[in-house]
Design a protein around this ligand. Structure first.
Ligand code: MN
Length: 293
């Protein structure tokens, strides 16, 4: 016969903060789930924007016309479907499931994103990474990563999207101490996730269900944990896919307006005025083929 104590589950010193997504609209009316920034939380490390797109039918899919960025990197993690990226550096790159596109806006860039026809669905995580002050004004760049470190452990498949984890390094070039990890399982998976105690973390199911201690998180609910944890016990329900973001708390306050980030209102109004006047800093998109053409 068990004592009451035997049934008592210790409460974690860090109860995750629950951040629910707000609905937002992207491009030509595609509805998506946005968990960063929200009223409750602006950033996780240098990660300053988290949109979860889909899964939605590929027709019409995702179509985002020409728009500029400054001071950040856009990070696309493709789960299902194919999207054509075009930018003012002249890049034309199709991104497919399991791949990452990383566009560094720095001083300024312009891009478009279009679902390719002939797909069944579109499902992606689209993130922004704020560039720290020393790199915020750097020259723009674009990287396509067709392959990322992938391994299996305790019944789950891990894909390292950014930074370091478990002795592995992801290839995307980032400028702050941060990490991004995808964990997927088909059956229930119970694991002990090692964490960098200098990082704050956010864990969000893209599908399925995550349990941390007594708390359950479903798709588009972000569990935030402050720095100080060296590991975290997780239970993933069958058919769960989980996004894990971590990073050192960003060293300076960040301002965001539309597609621009900066460190002062002057940074943002300059970017806005430059975009309105067609300034050279954003480059020019050459007339090219379109996704459907
Ligand atoms: Mn964009």
């Amino acid at each position: 016969m068990s004592s009451p104590q035997a049934n008592h589950t210790p409460v974690s010193p860090h109860i995750p903060q629950r951040i629910s997504a707000r609905l937002a609209t992207l491009g030509e009316g595609l509805t998506l789930y946005r968990t960063l920034p929200t009223r409750q939380r602006r950033m996780i490390g240098a990660w300053c924007f988290l949109d979860h797109v889909g899964p939605v039918p590929a027709d019409p899919g995702m179509h985002v016309g020409q728009h500029p960025h400054t001071g950040l990197q856009t990070f696309t993690w493709m789960i299902e479907g194919e999207i054509l990226h075009r930018d003012s550096l002249g890049n034309e790159q199709v991104i497919r499931p399991g791949q990452v596109n990383l566009m560094t806006a720095g001083h300024g860039i312009t891009h478009t994103e279009d679902s390719l026809s002939g797909q069944t669905a579109v499902h992606a995580a689209q993130l922004w990474i704020a560039l720290p002050p020393a790199q915020a004004d750097m020259a723009p760049a674009f990287e396509h990563h067709p392959q990322l470190p992938q391994w299996e452990d305790t019944g789950a498949r891990f894909t390292l999207l950014a930074g370091q984890h478990a002795g592995r390094n992801a290839p995307p070039k980032v400028y702050s101490p941060l990490m991004g990890l995808d964990i997927a399982c088909t059956d229930t998976a119970t694991l002990q996730l090692p964490l960098n105690p200098g990082f704050e973390h956010g864990l969000m199911p893209l599908r399925g269900e995550l349990q941390i201690g007594q708390d359950t998180f479903t798709a588009n609910e972000l569990a935030y944990l402050p720095p100080g944890l060296t590991e975290l016990p997780l239970t993933l329900a069958p058919d769960t896919q989980l996004l894990v973001l971590g990073g050192e708390p960003f060293p300076v306050p960040l301002l965001m307006w539309w597609n621009f980030v900066g460190f002062s209102k002057a940074d943002l109004s300059q970017a806005q005025a430059d975009w309105a006047s067609g300034a050279a800093r954003f480059g020019a998109m050459t007339a090219g083929k379109t996704a459907s053409g």
